[in-house]
Write a protein that binds this ligand. Structure first.
Ligand SMILES: C[S@@+](CC[C@H](N)C(=O)[O-])C[C@H]1O[C@@H](n2cnc3c(N)ncnc32)[C@H](O)[C@@H]1O
Length: 514
């Protein structure tokens, strides 16, 4: 339902107002003239029912009165495109109504057309492009991928909206500006590398307003950003940032981290990031393996609430992500999983139990493809990750809660299992670091988060900078404190560990509460 909403529902007035204001303020730079007004060529390439264009049109007509003493309109000022014919009709009608209001008559250039095929140039672009993932919309993506434009910009795991940003970059004249409202995922997402490179190489952000929350009542989980970008390669311009309740300016060259992701950090945070990067001598994936938990493909069949003697040889203790706390997992497992990874034949009692779910189990993709038998877990992973000593992490969590366990523990894909790359790596030291406030602060700005929730996904975790001392004594010192925390948590000891990392990295704690 949300996808449909994003694809076709229209921009609320206050957002449309911010988009139009940012774009025109930037174009006129406080000095509106009739010449400048006449040179405007504004386009909305996903104009829908015209909510943004209508506001822009009225704004320009009013401006003409201020500059010349009478209301006027030029058909070149605004254009709109959308593939939805009904929306186009509405947009046209709304613009006609505005013209009538000011007793003006001219052509309205709003057309039903696929705007990813457009070629003409504009100096201003505005929009709320359609947000769509590729997963359930393969055909739509396939059509674009076949074109020259699509070949230039397609990337795996991208969102359809990226094409509309890239199209805006291509359609703009030199020094042209576009303002969009989008989700904020592209700033850090793995599937937005080509997009970020394009934006970085071909221009400068002028404004980024990251709301950290949804601006659309019906799309609650979404986080939106309104941003203005200028096609200019000559200068490194300052961008006005509003994020996490703060406003600040930074140079475009300081916007990107080492991995090319957009990091909205004020000077203080940028300095913190620089120090962390400078001191770090490893990335986390050089020291440990980061493994995602298993996928059963149908939990009702495999996960049991009680232990059953007749399934003994396959039953393993199963934990839910909520069971993971700081340093420790909660008590005894409340669930058991039938760990059927295909290495052993199933027994008659298990077959008897699974038979009831056979139809559902058979519809799983891997079974349908013939890669696994109907009774096997879909992605059992390598069993050793559940057996070895490990750090366990919730994929999504308000805090950085990482736990340690040497027991056999199994969990689903919303839990990560972090195991040693080499025997000599001290997992307790790594655990201390991952649980520290310094790491939380680093991750909140540089890793991945949605609103308040930290998202410990594989890529940002792997790229986490770590300081792992050469001096074994130092590693063991933290390792021993951490072992004590696991057995008996003490706030005072926690402070000692936190201060140790702050001191090692030469940073103080940031004012932001984590
Ligand atoms: C989120 S809506 C925004 C509409 C508009 N900005 C508004 O607020 O009224 C996205 C629009 O993109 C349009 N769209 C999707 N694919 C398109 C394409 N290839 N070319 C032009 N428009 C497209 C949809 O029909 C939809 O109207």
């Amino acid at each position: 339902m949300m996808k449909e909403y994003n694809y076709s529902v229209y921009t609320p007035r206050h957002i449309a107002r911010e988009i139009v204001k940012n774009t025109l303020d930037n174009y006129f730079g406080g000095k509106a003239t009739i010449e400048k007004l006449n040179r405007i060529r504004m386009c909305d390439i996903a104009c829908g029912s015209g909510n943004i264009l209508v506001l822009a049109l009225e704004e320009l007509i009013r401006l003409s009165k201020k500059l010349t003493g009478q209301y006027s309109y030029s058909e070149h000022w605004i254009s709109g495109y959308d593939i939805n014919p009904e929306a186009v009709e509405i947009a046209r009608a709304k613009c006609q109504e505005i013209l009538r209001k000011y007793r003006l008559r001219e052509r309205i250039n709003i057309f039903c057309k696929d705007s990813l095929e457009l070629r003409q140039k504009f100096n201003l672009i505005v929009g709320n492009p359609p947000y769509l993932g590729e997963k359930n919309n393969k055909e739509i993506f396939q059509r674009v991928r076949k074109t020259e434009f699509g070949k230039r910009y397609y990337e795996a795991k991208m969102d359809y909206l990226y094409f509309f940003i890239e199209k805006a970059v291509e359609l703009l004249e030199k020094d042209g500006v576009f303002t969009y409202i989008t989700t904020d995922y592209w700033m850090k997402a793995d599937g937005a590398r080509i997009l970020r490179n394009t934006l970085r190489e071909r221009g400068n952000f002028l404004i980024i307003h990251d709301f950290g929350t949804s601006l659309f009542k019906k799309a609650v989980g979404q986080h939106n950003v309104i941003f203005t970008w200028k096609k200019s390669v000559d200068a490194d311009e300052e961008v006005d940032v509003k994020s996490l309740g703060e406003s600040f300016k930074i140079l475009n060259s300081s916007l990107y981290d080492n991995g090319g992701r957009v990091v909205l950090a004020n000077d203080q945070v940028a300095e913190f990031n620089r120090k962390v990067m400078k001191r770090a001598n490893y990335t986390l994936d050089q020291l440990v393996n980061i493994n995602q938990g298993l996928v059963s493909g149908f939990d009702d069949a495999f996960i049991l609430e009680e232990y059953k003697e007749e399934f003994k040889s396959f039953l393993k203790p199963f934990y839910k992500n909520k069971d993971i706390g700081k340093y420790r997992i909660s008590g005894k497992n409340r669930y058991w999983i039938l760990y059927l990874d295909g290495t052993k034949k199933m027994t008659a009692p298990i077959e008897n139990h699974l038979r009831h779910y056979r139809e559902k189990l058979a519809t799983r993709r891997e079974v349908a493809k013939g890669t696994i038998p109907w009774w096997q877990l879909q992605w059992p992973r390598e069993e050793k990750i559940f057996k070895e000593p490990k750090i366990i992490a919730r994929q999504r969590c308000r805090d950085n809660n990482f736990a340690y366990s040497e027991q056999e523990i199994y969990s689903s894909a919303d839990v990560y299992f972090i195991t040693r790359k080499e025997e000599k790596i001290n997992l307790f030291y790594i655990l201390g670091y991952l649980n520290s406030r310094l790491f939380a602060q680093w991750f909140r700005y540089n890793g991945k988060c949605k609103g308040d929730i930290l998202e410990f996904y594989s890529t940002p975790l792997r790229e986490t900078p770590v300081f792992y001392p050469r001096d074994k004594k130092e590693v063991d010192y933290i390792g021993e404190l951490v072992q004590k925390q696991i057995h008996d948590f003490s706030p005072l000891r926690e402070k000692i560990i936190n201060d140790h990392f702050y001191e090692k990295f030469g940073v103080g704690s940031l004012p932001l509460e984590v």
